[in-house]
Design a binder for this molecule. Structure first.
Ligand SMILES: Cc1cc2nc3c(=O)[nH]c(=O)nc-3n(C[C@H](O)[C@H](O)[C@H](O)COP(=O)(O)OP(=O)(O)OC[C@H]3O[C@@H](n4cnc5c(N)ncnc54)[C@H](O)[C@@H]3O)c2cc1C
Ligand SMILES: NC(=O)c1ccc[n+]([C@@H]2O[C@H](COP(=O)([O-])OP(=O)(O)OC[C@H]3O[C@@H](n4cnc5c(N)ncnc54)[C@H](O)[C@@H]3O)[C@@H](O)[C@H]2O)c1
Length: 459
């Protein structure tokens, strides 16, 4: 049987673009790709990139404060102009979008700027009614922000809307304690917006190392976020130009905007999956095996739509591995067991790779090398901000099982620490590395004795 394409990709985000480009450009496959919105997907258009630019924009006040401590007695951030920033940011996103598009064109991928849905195991229907057949189909449709099902929630916005705001609200409620709520709370506080964050738990960033969570929780309050823990909103009501929010403790408060940062769900609705035998997990994610293959041999899925590790570099790696495996005769699986990540807070970020102290302890005996200190740079300026460096080491093998850094540029540091840890480095090998002085990161190779040992597995 002959097909229009060797591969048809649904979704032009991190995973889909990489898979299409490698299959067509490196391995000579005939590839079609459908994208219903802007090329580049969540990361480029409404995620990592605009978020990181906002993080950079938001640090002016903290930098001025630090510089006053260094003798620049009059240093002030001055007024932030959202319109100027947004115009520059939009231009940058358009530039990146064009680069993504050009890469696909160069590789010979046929791009369809419209929505696609499956009508069979080898067939796609585009929004204009055109049908295309393909030997293989890759679903890389990503995820969508979700709200929590309370009355009036349609009055609130989600992260997608945040990047499109015409002007900055004066007072914002952020709901959630995950990546997005914490990063956006840091951004808003840094831009001079009154940020109130409510989270139902007792420390933000559930799932991260507990000590690091406590430091992140403390820092949010220190940078001016009004963080209210153990609190959940129960309803939203329109109140003049603002929104009145009621909470489960009986209190209520008024805001100019309410941002739901309450998680994302795989975007599988309306994809035509009912026309296939593809199986979904209870949360709507596409079920795949280690090769990103669904239970239908011709249909594969990568990235957030599979809800494995929802990060851009993971989607890219999955897309690349799929293309190499299917079209390059280079079978490659993705190891999801060690994936580094960072939460871009200010002034200190949280970088993490491998097991948390709690996970390591549940697995067996573990030596914890941990140090918390005031770094030279901010201490001189009079700041009380603390840095944490932590290594978790298996006492039997000396292998480093995890590393957690809370400090300035921790995202950059953890990227480098992730290399030896992915390679299976031992603590002795960390120690054999001569320090770079004076840095904060030198602590990673100078922690001589464990701060504590957990002997028995802890449930
Ligand atoms: C605010 C925010 C900040 C983030 N920050 C980071 C970060 O700092 N670091 C990090 O690693 N990750 C970050 N992420 C996560 C990261 O953006 C995602 O993990 C990544 O984009 C997933 O890539 P993907 O290819 O699976 O999906 P996406 O990038 O979401 O791409 C899916 C694409 O498919 C298109 N599409 C969907 N259905 C169809 C259809 N039926 N037909 C045609 N097109 C369709 C969509 O329009 C979209 O463009 C962030 C996410 C958010 C929301
Ligand atoms: N720096 C990064 O790498 C980065 C940044 C942003 C987003 N991301 C990715 O995007 C994903 C989505 O981010 P997110 O912050 O929306 O999700 P998340 O899963 O990290 O956090 C969701 C938050 O919403 C809360 N929540 C969920 N249901 C609730 C309810 N019914 N009532 C009250 N609170 C509720 C949760 O307790 C949690 O704190 C992340 O998991 C991550 O994979 C990554």
């Amino acid at each position: 049987m002959s097909f229009d394409y060797d591969l048809f990709v649904i979704g032009g985000g991190s995973g889909g673009v990489r898979a299409a480009r490698i299959a067509a450009g490196d391995h000579g496959a005939k590839v079609g790709l459908a994208e219903e919105s802007r090329m580049g997907g969540t990361c480029v258009i409404r995620g990592c990139v605009p978020k990181k630019l906002m993080i950079f924009a938001s640090q002016a006040g903290l930098m001025a404060e630090e510089m006053r401590g260094y003798g620049w007695a009059d240093a002030q951030a001055g007024a932030f102009d959202w319109e100027i920033f947004r115009e520059k940011m939009d231009a940058e996103l358009t530039r990146l979008e064009l680069i993504y598009r050009a890469g696909l064109n160069r590789a010979g991928v046929e791009v369809h700027d419209q929505r696609a849905r499956l009508v069979g195991h080898h067939e796609i229907e585009l929004a204009d009614g055109t049908r295309k057949t393909s030997r293989h189909i890759l679903i890389a449709a990503g995820g969508r922000p979700t709200k929590i099902g309370i009355p009036g929630e349609e009055l609130g916005i989600v992260s997608d809307d945040f990047f499109l705001m015409e002007k900055l609200p004066r007072r914002v409620l952020l709901i959630g304690g995950g990546f997005i709520a914490c990063e956006f709370a840091s951004i808003l506080a840094g831009l001079g917006v009154e940020a109130v964050q409510v989270y139902r738990g007792d420390a933000v960033l559930r799932g991260f190392d507990r000590e690091a969570r406590d430091m992140a929780t403390l820092q949010l309050s220190h940078v001016g976020v009004d963080l209210r823990l153990g609190l959940t909103p129960t309803r939203l009501d329109k109140a003049g130009d603002g929104i009145e929010v009621s909470f489960d403790d009986g209190s209520s408060d008024r805001f100019d905007a309410v941002l739901f940062a309450t998680g994302r769900t795989p975007y599988t609705g309306g994809l035509g999956l009912e026309n296939t035998e593809v199986r979904l997990k209870p949360n709507g994610a596409i079920e795949v095996d280690d090769w990103s293959q669904t239970c239908v041999p011709s249909i594969f899925a990568v990235g957030d739509v599979t809800d494995r590790v929802n990060l851009t570099p993971v989607a890219i790696r999955e897309g690349h591995a799929f293309a190499d495996t299917m079209f390059g005769a280079k079978p490659r699986k993705v190891d999801h067991s060690v994936v580094a990540s960072a939460v871009y807070l200010r002034p200190h970020e949280l970088g993490t790779v491998g097991l948390t102290e709690e996970e390591a302890r549940a697995r067996g005996p573990v030596d914890v090398y941990s140090t918390v200190f005031r770094p030279m740079r901010s201490m001189f300026a009079g700041s009380d901000a603390r840095v944490m460096m932590k290594l978790l080491v298996d006492p039997a093998t000396d292998k480093v099982l995890g590393c957690h850094i809370f400090g300035p540029e921790a995202g950059e540091m953890i990227q480098l620490a992730a290399i030896p840890i992915t390679m299976g480095a031992t603590k002795a090998q960390f120690d054999a590395t001569i320090a770079v002085h004076p840095t904060a990161a030198e602590e990673l190779v100078t922690m001589r004795a464990p701060s504590r040992r957990h002997d028995a597995p802890h449930g």
